[in-house]
Design a protein around this ligand. Structure first.
Ligand code: FES
Length: 80
């Protein structure tokens, strides 16, 4: 969490040196998403997103907001 954003950011490791950072704000009506394995599920109306932020199930139509990530083999930096 950060004061700059109204929702937490979720980080997934998707490969040896690959990560995704996603804002947990549903693009349908703004409920906070719940991570569930490799998916993010909206408790309000059931939208689902992949761990890369891609919509899998409506009613949401837009993908999640993502953030650029860089690493130096010890730390992960998220550009907000
Ligand atoms: Fe997430 Fe409606 S607010 S599906």
């Amino acid at each position: 969490k950060t004061e700059k954003l109204n929702y937490p950011v979720c980080i997934y490791k998707t490969g040896e040196e690959e990560y995704t950072a996603l804002l947990l704000e549903c693009t349908h009506k703004g409920c906070e998403l719940h991570p569930s394995g490799d998916y993010l599920i909206c408790p309000c109306h059931g939208s689902e997103f992949t761990n890369k932020g891609i919509v899998q199930n409506p009613p949401a139509e837009e993908n999640l907001r993502t953030f650029l990530i860089t690493t130096d083999h010890e730390n992960i930096y998220i550009q907000l």
